[in-house]
Design a protein around this ligand. Structure first.
Ligand code: HPA
Length: 270
C-alpha cells in the first residue's frame, strides 16, 4: 500500500505540487465549507489514481486545494464510508495520501446522533475521544513501519491543544460548543432505541458511522487530529422514529455557518 500511496501522491504533485499543512474531511451537510477556501485547484476523485469514488447523497467527490488565511489546506469534499462497501484500507486511503502531500494536521467533521441529554439537534460537539465499535480495523494485517508503528498509542487521539484553541475561539465568537465522546458503528441503519441506550451506557455522548477509522490512521502516522460533530438527531424516545438522511442533512446545514466559522478560525489561529 505504501507504493500505491506514493503513486497517488506523485500523480497529484505532478499536477499541482501544493504541499498543504491542513487536511480537512467534510462530513454530511458540511460540504459548503469549501466556499471558505480560496480555492486554487480541484481534483475530482475520479481522476486520481487509486482513489475510491464516493456514492452517498450529499457527498461530492473531490480534493479541494487552497488557502484559509495564510494556511494551505486540502479538503476532502466527500468521504468514504465502510457501509458503502469499501474496506477500511480504502476508507482511510485518502488520509495516507494527505500525509504524504505534506499534511501535519487533520480536521474531521461529521453528523451524529446525540445520546447526551444536554445536547439538542444542531449542537456542536468537539470530539475529545472515541470508542471504536466498527467491525473492521484499518490497521489490521501487515504493518508497514514506514507509515507508523504496529501498536499505536491512542492516549490522545484528538489534540488537546487544538480542542482548547477551538473552545477559546468558540467563546470569543459566542458559539456554544460541547465536548464529548463519539462512538463509531458501521451503519447504515440508524440505531434502534435499544442501541442508543447501549451507546449511552458505554459512556459515549454521540454516535455515527465515520471518523473513527480516519482518526486511527491519522494517529498511526502521527498527524495532529481535531474532530467535530454536529448533532443532527437525538436518540431518545420522542424523536427516534423521525430520523431520515434528509433530516440529517437539513440539521447539519443549519449548524453549518457556525461550524464553518469555527473551523476557519481554528485553522487561521492555531
Ligand atoms: N446514528 C448514526 N449516525 C448518524 C446519526 C445517528 O443517529 N445521525 C447522523 N449520523
Amino acid at each position: 500500500m505504501f507504493e500505491k500511496v506514493q503513486e497517488t501522491v506523485e500523480f497529484i504533485n505532478d499536477r499541482i505540487n501544493y504541499n498543504p499543512e491542513y487536511g480537512i474531511i467534510l462530513g454530511s451537510g458540511l460540504g459548503g465549507f469549501t466556499n471558505d477556501i480560496n480555492v486554487e485547484y480541484i481534483l475530482s476523485y475520479s481522476e486520481i489514481p487509486n482513489f475510491p469514488v464516493s456514492t452517498v447523497q450529499g457527498h461530492k467527490g473531490a480534493l479541494v486545494f487552497g488557502t484559509i488565511g495564510d494556511k494551505r489546506v486540502v479538503a476532502m469534499q466527500g468521504r468514504f464510508h465502510f457501509y458503502e462497501g469499501y474496506d477500511m484500507k480504502q476508507v482511510t486511503f485518502p488520509v495516507r495520501v494527505m500525509k504524504y502531500l505534506g499534511v501535519s494536521k487533520l480536521i474531521v467533521s461529521n453528523a451524529s446522533g446525540g445520546v447526551n441529554q444536554n445536547y439538542h439537534v444542531g449542537s456542536i460537539v468537539l470530539i475529545k475521544d472515541h470508542i471504536n465499535m466498527m467491525p473492521e480495523h484499518p490497521l489490521r494485517g501487515h504493518n508497514d513501519e514506514r507509515f507508523g508503528p504496529r501498536f499505536v498509542n491512542m492516549s490522545e487521539p484528538y489534540s488537546k491543544s487544538m480542542i482548547n484553541k477551538a473552545k477559546e475561539i468558540a467563546n470569543e465568537l459566542d458559539i456554544t460548543v460541547h465536548d464529548g465522546i463519539y462512538l463509531g458503528l458501521q451503519g447504515p441503519t440508524f440505531e434502534t432505541l435499544a442501541e442508543y441506550k447501549m451507546v449511552k451506557a458505554l459512556g459515549a455522548d454521540c454516535v455515527g458511522m465515520s471518523t473513527v477509522p480516519e482518526v486511527i490512521v491519522a494517529r498511526h502516522m502521527e498527524l495532529e487530529t481535531f474532530g467535530l460533530s454536529v448533532i443532527t438527531d437525538m436518540g431518545n424516545e420522542d424523536s427516534i422514529e423521525a430520523i431520515t438522511h434528509e433530516e440529517v442533512l437539513e440539521a447539519a446545514k443549519e449548524a453549518e455557518p457556525k461550524v464553518r466559522t469555527l473551523i476557519k478560525e481554528l485553522i487561521k489561529n492555531y
